[in-house]
Write a protein that binds this ligand. Sequence first.
Ligand SMILES: *[C@@H]1O[C@H](CO)[C@@H](O)[C@H](O)[C@H]1NC(C)=O
Ligand SMILES: *[C@@H]1O[C@H](CO)[C@@H](O)[C@H](O)[C@H]1NC(C)=O
Ligand SMILES: *[C@@H]1O[C@H](CO)[C@@H](O)[C@H](O)[C@H]1NC(C)=O
Ligand SMILES: *[C@@H]1O[C@H](CO)[C@@H](O)[C@H](O)[C@H]1NC(C)=O
Ligand SMILES: *[C@@H]1O[C@H](CO)[C@@H](O)[C@H](O)[C@H]1NC(C)=O
Ligand SMILES: *[C@@H]1O[C@H](CO)[C@@H](O)[C@H](O)[C@H]1NC(C)=O
Ligand SMILES: *[C@@H]1O[C@H](CO)[C@@H](O)[C@H](O)[C@H]1NC(C)=O
Ligand SMILES: *[C@@H]1O[C@H](CO)[C@@H](O)[C@H](O)[C@H]1NC(C)=O
Ligand SMILES: *[C@@H]1O[C@H](CO)[C@@H](O)[C@H](O)[C@H]1NC(C)=O
Length: 266
Amino acid sequence: MENTGFLLPLVVLLNFVAAFSAESPNITTDQLALLALKAHVTHDPQNILATNWSTTTSVCNWIGVTCRSDHQRVVTLNLSDMGLVGTIPPHLGNLSFLTQLNIRNNNFQGSLPMELANLSSLQYINFGNNNFVGEIPSWFDSFTQLQRLSLHSNNFSGIIPSSLGSLSKLKELFLYDNDLKGQIPVTIGNLSKLKLLDLGQNQLSGKIPTSLFKCQELEDLILSNNALEESVPQEIGNLTKVNNLFFSSNNLTGMLTMGILLDRLK
Ligand SMILES: *[C@@H]1O[C@H](CO)[C@@H](O)[C@H](O)[C@H]1NC(C)=O
Ligand SMILES: *[C@@H]1O[C@H](CO)[C@@H](O)[C@H](O)[C@H]1NC(C)=O
Ligand SMILES: *[C@@H]1O[C@H](CO)[C@@H](O)[C@H](O)[C@H]1NC(C)=O
Ligand SMILES: *[C@@H]1O[C@H](CO)[C@@H](O)[C@H](O)[C@H]1NC(C)=O
Ligand SMILES: *[C@@H]1O[C@H](CO)[C@@H](O)[C@H](O)[C@H]1NC(C)=O
Ligand SMILES: *[C@@H]1O[C@H](CO)[C@@H](O)[C@H](O)[C@H]1NC(C)=O
Ligand SMILES: *[C@@H]1O[C@H](CO)[C@@H](O)[C@H](O)[C@H]1NC(C)=O
Ligand SMILES: *[C@@H]1O[C@H](CO)[C@@H](O)[C@H](O)[C@H]1NC(C)=O
Ligand SMILES: *[C@@H]1O[C@H](CO)[C@@H](O)[C@H](O)[C@H]1NC(C)=O
Protein backbone atom coordinates (compact mmCIF):
# COMPACT_ATOMS: atom_id res chain seq x y z
CA MET A 1 0.00 0.00 0.00
CA GLU A 2 2.66 2.48 1.11
CA ASN A 3 4.88 1.98 -1.93
CA THR A 4 2.82 2.46 -5.11
CA GLY A 5 4.97 5.29 -6.50
CA PHE A 6 6.43 3.04 -9.20
CA LEU A 7 2.96 2.62 -10.77
CA LEU A 8 2.74 6.15 -12.10
CA PRO A 9 5.73 5.96 -14.49
CA LEU A 10 4.46 2.55 -15.60
CA VAL A 11 1.03 3.96 -16.45
CA VAL A 12 2.63 6.86 -18.33
CA LEU A 13 4.79 4.41 -20.28
CA LEU A 14 1.82 2.21 -21.18
CA ASN A 15 -0.18 5.22 -22.37
CA PHE A 16 2.78 6.29 -24.49
CA VAL A 17 3.03 2.84 -26.06
CA ALA A 18 -0.72 2.78 -26.72
CA ALA A 19 -0.65 6.23 -28.33
CA PHE A 20 2.09 5.27 -30.79
CA SER A 21 1.16 1.67 -31.49
CA ALA A 22 -0.20 0.51 -34.84
CA GLU A 23 -3.72 0.95 -33.45
CA SER A 24 -3.64 4.72 -33.37
CA PRO A 25 -5.33 6.50 -36.30
CA ASN A 26 -3.12 8.35 -38.79
CA ILE A 27 -3.23 9.60 -42.37
CA THR A 28 -3.53 5.96 -43.53
CA THR A 29 -6.81 5.75 -41.59
CA ASP A 30 -8.00 8.81 -43.51
CA GLN A 31 -6.85 7.34 -46.82
CA LEU A 32 -8.83 4.14 -46.11
CA ALA A 33 -11.91 6.20 -45.24
CA LEU A 34 -11.69 8.20 -48.48
CA LEU A 35 -11.05 5.07 -50.55
CA ALA A 36 -14.18 3.56 -48.97
CA LEU A 37 -16.11 6.66 -50.03
CA LYS A 38 -14.67 6.36 -53.56
CA ALA A 39 -15.78 2.70 -53.65
CA HIS A 40 -19.31 3.78 -52.66
CA VAL A 41 -19.55 6.23 -55.57
CA THR A 42 -21.34 4.43 -58.38
CA HIS A 43 -21.26 7.25 -60.91
CA ASP A 44 -18.56 9.92 -61.30
CA PRO A 45 -19.44 11.78 -64.52
CA GLN A 46 -16.24 13.85 -64.65
CA ASN A 47 -14.06 10.90 -63.55
CA ILE A 48 -12.58 13.10 -60.84
CA LEU A 49 -12.25 10.45 -58.16
CA ALA A 50 -11.38 7.73 -60.69
CA THR A 51 -8.41 9.65 -62.10
CA ASN A 52 -7.30 11.92 -59.27
CA TRP A 53 -7.86 9.93 -56.07
CA SER A 54 -4.87 7.68 -56.69
CA THR A 55 -2.92 5.88 -53.95
CA THR A 56 0.29 6.87 -55.75
CA THR A 57 -0.01 10.31 -54.13
CA SER A 58 -0.85 11.46 -50.61
CA VAL A 59 -4.55 12.08 -49.92
CA CYS A 60 -3.48 15.64 -49.15
CA ASN A 61 -3.04 16.14 -52.92
CA TRP A 62 -6.43 14.74 -53.83
CA ILE A 63 -9.04 17.07 -55.28
CA GLY A 64 -11.49 18.22 -52.61
CA VAL A 65 -9.24 17.17 -49.70
CA THR A 66 -7.20 19.45 -47.47
CA CYS A 67 -4.96 18.36 -44.62
CA ARG A 68 -3.63 19.87 -41.45
CA SER A 69 -0.45 21.91 -41.99
CA ASP A 70 1.68 18.98 -40.75
CA HIS A 71 -0.03 16.80 -43.40
CA GLN A 72 -0.82 14.16 -40.76
CA ARG A 73 -4.64 14.24 -40.92
CA VAL A 74 -7.47 15.36 -43.26
CA VAL A 75 -9.34 18.47 -42.08
CA THR A 76 -11.73 19.36 -44.92
CA LEU A 77 -13.59 17.42 -47.58
CA ASN A 78 -15.36 19.38 -50.29
CA LEU A 79 -16.90 17.36 -53.12
CA SER A 80 -19.62 19.85 -54.03
CA ASP A 81 -21.00 20.11 -57.59
CA MET A 82 -19.37 16.96 -58.98
CA GLY A 83 -22.51 15.10 -60.07
CA LEU A 84 -21.54 12.11 -57.92
CA VAL A 85 -24.03 9.28 -57.34
CA GLY A 86 -23.51 6.98 -54.40
CA THR A 87 -23.89 6.40 -50.67
CA ILE A 88 -21.95 7.46 -47.58
CA PRO A 89 -19.96 4.57 -46.03
CA PRO A 90 -19.55 4.31 -42.23
CA HIS A 91 -15.77 4.63 -42.74
CA LEU A 92 -16.21 8.37 -43.23
CA GLY A 93 -16.67 8.53 -39.46
CA ASN A 94 -12.93 7.72 -39.14
CA LEU A 95 -11.91 11.15 -40.46
CA SER A 96 -11.63 12.24 -36.86
CA PHE A 97 -10.03 15.65 -37.50
CA LEU A 98 -12.58 16.76 -40.07
CA THR A 99 -13.87 20.33 -39.56
CA GLN A 100 -15.72 20.80 -42.88
CA LEU A 101 -17.77 18.30 -44.85
CA ASN A 102 -19.34 19.61 -48.04
CA ILE A 103 -20.98 17.29 -50.58
CA ARG A 104 -23.73 19.67 -51.75
CA ASN A 105 -25.21 19.43 -55.24
CA ASN A 106 -24.59 15.76 -55.94
CA ASN A 107 -26.78 12.68 -56.00
CA PHE A 108 -25.87 10.92 -52.77
CA GLN A 109 -28.62 8.56 -51.60
CA GLY A 110 -29.62 6.40 -48.67
CA SER A 111 -29.41 7.40 -45.03
CA LEU A 112 -26.57 8.82 -42.97
CA PRO A 113 -24.48 6.22 -41.09
CA MET A 114 -24.34 6.63 -37.33
CA GLU A 115 -20.52 6.46 -37.36
CA LEU A 116 -20.55 10.07 -38.59
CA ALA A 117 -21.39 10.99 -34.99
CA ASN A 118 -17.68 10.45 -34.28
CA LEU A 119 -16.83 13.60 -36.27
CA SER A 120 -17.07 15.84 -33.23
CA SER A 121 -14.81 18.58 -34.64
CA LEU A 122 -17.14 19.41 -37.53
CA GLN A 123 -17.96 23.11 -37.78
CA TYR A 124 -19.60 23.01 -41.20
CA ILE A 125 -21.82 20.34 -42.77
CA ASN A 126 -23.41 20.72 -46.18
CA PHE A 127 -25.44 17.78 -47.51
CA GLY A 128 -27.80 20.10 -49.41
CA ASN A 129 -29.34 19.14 -52.75
CA ASN A 130 -28.81 15.39 -52.69
CA ASN A 131 -31.25 12.48 -52.34
CA PHE A 132 -30.80 11.47 -48.72
CA VAL A 133 -33.78 9.79 -47.03
CA GLY A 134 -34.76 8.86 -43.50
CA GLU A 135 -35.01 10.94 -40.37
CA ILE A 136 -32.61 13.69 -39.41
CA PRO A 137 -30.58 11.65 -36.90
CA SER A 138 -30.91 12.59 -33.25
CA TRP A 139 -27.14 11.98 -32.91
CA PHE A 140 -26.51 15.23 -34.77
CA ASP A 141 -26.13 16.64 -31.25
CA SER A 142 -22.62 15.07 -31.28
CA PHE A 143 -21.48 17.92 -33.51
CA THR A 144 -20.88 20.27 -30.61
CA GLN A 145 -18.70 22.63 -32.67
CA LEU A 146 -21.18 22.98 -35.53
CA GLN A 147 -21.82 26.50 -36.82
CA ARG A 148 -23.58 25.77 -40.07
CA LEU A 149 -25.83 22.82 -40.97
CA SER A 150 -27.37 22.43 -44.45
CA LEU A 151 -29.64 19.46 -45.12
CA HIS A 152 -31.96 21.27 -47.52
CA SER A 153 -33.39 19.89 -50.76
CA ASN A 154 -33.23 16.21 -49.85
CA ASN A 155 -35.91 13.73 -48.90
CA PHE A 156 -35.49 13.81 -45.12
CA SER A 157 -38.73 12.83 -43.35
CA GLY A 158 -40.04 12.55 -39.81
CA ILE A 159 -39.74 15.26 -37.20
CA ILE A 160 -37.01 17.82 -36.55
CA PRO A 161 -35.16 16.19 -33.60
CA SER A 162 -35.27 18.26 -30.43
CA SER A 163 -31.59 17.35 -29.87
CA LEU A 164 -30.66 19.98 -32.49
CA GLY A 165 -31.41 22.50 -29.74
CA SER A 166 -28.17 21.56 -28.00
CA LEU A 167 -25.94 22.74 -30.89
CA SER A 168 -24.99 25.83 -28.93
CA LYS A 169 -22.64 27.28 -31.59
CA LEU A 170 -25.05 26.95 -34.49
CA LYS A 171 -25.47 30.13 -36.57
CA GLU A 172 -27.18 28.84 -39.71
CA LEU A 173 -29.67 26.01 -40.12
CA PHE A 174 -31.04 25.12 -43.57
CA LEU A 175 -33.66 22.34 -43.57
CA TYR A 176 -35.91 23.68 -46.35
CA ASP A 177 -37.35 21.57 -49.16
CA ASN A 178 -37.62 18.21 -47.40
CA ASP A 179 -40.53 16.13 -46.13
CA LEU A 180 -40.38 17.13 -42.44
CA LYS A 181 -43.53 16.88 -40.32
CA GLY A 182 -44.66 17.66 -36.80
CA GLN A 183 -43.98 20.75 -34.75
CA ILE A 184 -40.96 23.01 -34.68
CA PRO A 185 -39.17 21.74 -31.52
CA VAL A 186 -39.35 24.01 -28.48
CA THR A 187 -35.60 23.46 -27.94
CA ILE A 188 -34.89 25.60 -31.00
CA GLY A 189 -35.04 28.51 -28.55
CA ASN A 190 -31.73 27.30 -27.05
CA LEU A 191 -29.84 28.25 -30.20
CA SER A 192 -28.71 31.60 -28.89
CA LYS A 193 -26.26 32.25 -31.77
CA LEU A 194 -28.73 31.42 -34.55
CA LYS A 195 -28.78 34.04 -37.32
CA LEU A 196 -30.50 32.19 -40.12
CA LEU A 197 -33.26 29.57 -39.92
CA ASP A 198 -34.87 28.21 -43.08
CA LEU A 199 -37.53 25.53 -42.53
CA GLY A 200 -39.57 26.39 -45.65
CA GLN A 201 -41.16 23.86 -48.03
CA ASN A 202 -41.86 21.11 -45.54
CA GLN A 203 -45.04 19.89 -43.84
CA LEU A 204 -44.47 21.36 -40.40
CA SER A 205 -47.64 21.89 -38.39
CA GLY A 206 -48.85 23.18 -35.05
CA LYS A 207 -48.12 26.51 -33.46
CA ILE A 208 -44.85 28.38 -33.92
CA PRO A 209 -43.16 27.93 -30.50
CA THR A 210 -42.75 31.15 -28.52
CA SER A 211 -39.26 29.97 -27.55
CA LEU A 212 -38.13 30.60 -31.14
CA PHE A 213 -38.14 34.30 -30.36
CA LYS A 214 -35.52 33.83 -27.66
CA CYS A 215 -33.07 33.55 -30.57
CA GLN A 216 -32.01 37.19 -30.32
CA GLU A 217 -29.45 37.02 -33.14
CA LEU A 218 -31.99 35.93 -35.79
CA GLU A 219 -31.68 37.95 -39.00
CA ASP A 220 -33.47 35.67 -41.47
CA LEU A 221 -36.44 33.50 -40.55
CA ILE A 222 -38.12 31.49 -43.30
CA LEU A 223 -41.10 29.29 -42.39
CA SER A 224 -43.13 29.61 -45.62
CA ASN A 225 -44.84 26.69 -47.38
CA ASN A 226 -45.68 24.58 -44.37
CA ALA A 227 -48.90 23.85 -42.47
CA LEU A 228 -48.23 25.99 -39.40
CA GLU A 229 -51.33 27.06 -37.48
CA GLU A 230 -52.73 29.69 -35.13
CA SER A 231 -51.25 33.14 -34.75
CA VAL A 232 -47.61 34.15 -34.75
CA PRO A 233 -46.63 34.73 -31.08
CA GLN A 234 -46.32 38.43 -30.37
CA GLU A 235 -42.86 37.81 -28.88
CA ILE A 236 -41.74 38.06 -32.50
CA GLY A 237 -41.37 41.71 -31.59
CA ASN A 238 -38.34 40.67 -29.51
CA LEU A 239 -36.32 40.01 -32.65
CA THR A 240 -34.40 43.25 -32.98
CA LYS A 241 -31.95 42.18 -35.70
CA VAL A 242 -34.37 40.59 -38.15
CA ASN A 243 -34.08 41.48 -41.86
CA ASN A 244 -36.22 38.87 -43.57
CA LEU A 245 -39.36 37.11 -42.39
CA PHE A 246 -41.19 34.70 -44.66
CA PHE A 247 -44.39 33.11 -43.32
CA SER A 248 -46.54 32.79 -46.46
CA SER A 249 -48.44 29.63 -47.48
CA ASN A 250 -49.22 28.36 -44.01
CA ASN A 251 -52.45 28.17 -42.02
CA LEU A 252 -51.57 31.06 -39.73
CA THR A 253 -54.29 33.37 -38.45
CA GLY A 254 -54.34 36.97 -37.27
CA MET A 255 -52.49 40.01 -38.39
CA LEU A 256 -48.96 38.98 -37.30
CA THR A 257 -48.71 42.00 -35.01
CA MET A 258 -48.04 43.99 -38.14
CA GLY A 259 -47.13 47.21 -36.40
CA ILE A 260 -44.19 45.60 -34.64
CA LEU A 261 -43.03 43.90 -37.81
CA LEU A 262 -43.17 47.04 -39.91
CA ASP A 263 -41.11 48.80 -37.24
CA ARG A 264 -38.47 46.13 -37.50
CA LEU A 265 -38.44 45.90 -41.27
CA LYS A 266 -37.69 49.53 -41.98
C1 LIG B 1 -0.52 4.31 -39.70
O1 LIG B 1 -1.09 3.26 -38.97
C2 LIG B 1 -1.00 1.98 -39.60
C3 LIG B 1 -1.77 0.97 -38.78
O2 LIG B 1 -3.07 1.43 -38.53
C4 LIG B 1 0.46 1.59 -39.72
O3 LIG B 1 0.56 0.34 -40.39
C5 LIG B 1 1.18 2.66 -40.54
O4 LIG B 1 2.57 2.40 -40.57
C6 LIG B 1 0.97 4.06 -39.98
N1 LIG B 1 1.42 5.01 -40.97
C7 LIG B 1 2.06 6.13 -40.67
C8 LIG B 1 2.40 7.03 -41.81
O5 LIG B 1 2.34 6.40 -39.52
C1 LIG C 1 -5.06 15.67 -58.54
O1 LIG C 1 -5.41 17.02 -58.65
C2 LIG C 1 -4.49 17.89 -58.02
C3 LIG C 1 -5.08 19.29 -58.07
O2 LIG C 1 -5.55 19.61 -59.32
C4 LIG C 1 -3.14 17.78 -58.70
O3 LIG C 1 -2.21 18.63 -58.06
C5 LIG C 1 -2.68 16.34 -58.62
O4 LIG C 1 -1.46 16.19 -59.33
C6 LIG C 1 -3.71 15.42 -59.20
N1 LIG C 1 -3.29 14.04 -58.99
C7 LIG C 1 -3.36 13.10 -59.92
C8 LIG C 1 -2.87 11.74 -59.53
O5 LIG C 1 -3.85 13.32 -61.01
C1 LIG D 1 -16.17 23.90 -52.10
O1 LIG D 1 -15.82 23.82 -53.44
C2 LIG D 1 -16.60 24.64 -54.28
C3 LIG D 1 -16.31 24.30 -55.73
O2 LIG D 1 -14.98 23.96 -55.93
C4 LIG D 1 -16.30 26.08 -53.92
O3 LIG D 1 -17.04 26.95 -54.74
C5 LIG D 1 -16.70 26.31 -52.46
O4 LIG D 1 -16.34 27.61 -52.07
C6 LIG D 1 -16.03 25.32 -51.55
N1 LIG D 1 -16.67 25.44 -50.26
C7 LIG D 1 -16.06 25.20 -49.10
C8 LIG D 1 -16.85 25.40 -47.86
O5 LIG D 1 -14.91 24.84 -49.03
C1 LIG E 1 -12.93 2.77 -39.93
O1 LIG E 1 -14.32 2.57 -39.95
C2 LIG E 1 -14.77 1.32 -40.39
C3 LIG E 1 -16.31 1.32 -40.41
O2 LIG E 1 -16.90 2.16 -39.48
C4 LIG E 1 -14.15 0.23 -39.58
O3 LIG E 1 -14.58 -1.03 -40.01
C5 LIG E 1 -12.64 0.34 -39.65
O4 LIG E 1 -12.02 -0.66 -38.92
C6 LIG E 1 -12.21 1.70 -39.16
N1 LIG E 1 -10.78 1.87 -39.02
C7 LIG E 1 -9.83 1.97 -40.00
C8 LIG E 1 -8.43 2.15 -39.52
O5 LIG E 1 -10.08 1.97 -41.18
C1 LIG F 1 -17.28 5.63 -33.72
O1 LIG F 1 -18.64 5.28 -33.76
C2 LIG F 1 -18.92 3.92 -33.46
C3 LIG F 1 -20.42 3.69 -33.69
O2 LIG F 1 -21.19 4.77 -33.36
C4 LIG F 1 -18.46 3.63 -32.05
O3 LIG F 1 -18.72 2.30 -31.72
C5 LIG F 1 -16.96 3.92 -31.94
O4 LIG F 1 -16.53 3.75 -30.63
C6 LIG F 1 -16.62 5.31 -32.40
N1 LIG F 1 -15.19 5.46 -32.50
C7 LIG F 1 -14.53 6.52 -32.05
C8 LIG F 1 -13.06 6.54 -32.30
O5 LIG F 1 -15.08 7.42 -31.47
C1 LIG G 1 -39.00 10.89 -51.45
O1 LIG G 1 -39.38 9.69 -50.82
C2 LIG G 1 -40.68 9.23 -51.19
C3 LIG G 1 -40.96 7.97 -50.41
O2 LIG G 1 -40.58 8.07 -49.10
C4 LIG G 1 -40.72 8.98 -52.69
O3 LIG G 1 -42.02 8.62 -53.05
C5 LIG G 1 -40.33 10.26 -53.41
O4 LIG G 1 -40.24 9.99 -54.80
C6 LIG G 1 -38.98 10.76 -52.95
N1 LIG G 1 -38.72 12.03 -53.58
C7 LIG G 1 -37.55 12.33 -54.12
C8 LIG G 1 -37.42 13.70 -54.69
O5 LIG G 1 -36.60 11.55 -54.11
C1 LIG H 1 -33.34 23.53 -24.29
O1 LIG H 1 -34.68 23.94 -24.26
C2 LIG H 1 -35.57 23.12 -23.53
C3 LIG H 1 -36.96 23.67 -23.67
O2 LIG H 1 -37.01 25.02 -23.92
C4 LIG H 1 -35.08 22.97 -22.12
O3 LIG H 1 -35.95 22.15 -21.37
C5 LIG H 1 -33.67 22.43 -22.10
O4 LIG H 1 -33.17 22.30 -20.82
C6 LIG H 1 -32.76 23.31 -22.92
N1 LIG H 1 -31.36 22.91 -22.94
C7 LIG H 1 -30.76 22.03 -23.77
C8 LIG H 1 -29.29 21.86 -23.62
O5 LIG H 1 -31.35 21.39 -24.63
C1 LIG I 1 -39.51 38.99 -25.00
O1 LIG I 1 -39.15 40.22 -24.37
C2 LIG I 1 -39.83 40.44 -23.16
C3 LIG I 1 -39.48 41.82 -22.66
O2 LIG I 1 -38.10 42.04 -22.77
C4 LIG I 1 -39.42 39.35 -22.16
O3 LIG I 1 -40.09 39.52 -20.94
C5 LIG I 1 -39.79 38.00 -22.74
O4 LIG I 1 -39.31 36.95 -21.90
C6 LIG I 1 -39.17 37.83 -24.12
N1 LIG I 1 -39.69 36.60 -24.70
C7 LIG I 1 -38.94 35.75 -25.41
C8 LIG I 1 -39.62 34.53 -25.92
O5 LIG I 1 -37.77 35.97 -25.65
C1 LIG J 1 -55.41 24.88 -43.79
O1 LIG J 1 -56.61 24.56 -43.12
C2 LIG J 1 -57.66 24.14 -44.02
C3 LIG J 1 -58.93 24.00 -43.21
O2 LIG J 1 -58.68 23.46 -41.95
C4 LIG J 1 -57.24 22.84 -44.68
O3 LIG J 1 -58.24 22.43 -45.57
C5 LIG J 1 -55.96 23.09 -45.45
O4 LIG J 1 -55.50 21.89 -45.99
C6 LIG J 1 -54.90 23.66 -44.53
N1 LIG J 1 -53.75 24.06 -45.32
C7 LIG J 1 -52.52 23.74 -44.97
C8 LIG J 1 -51.43 24.29 -45.84
O5 LIG J 1 -52.28 23.04 -43.99
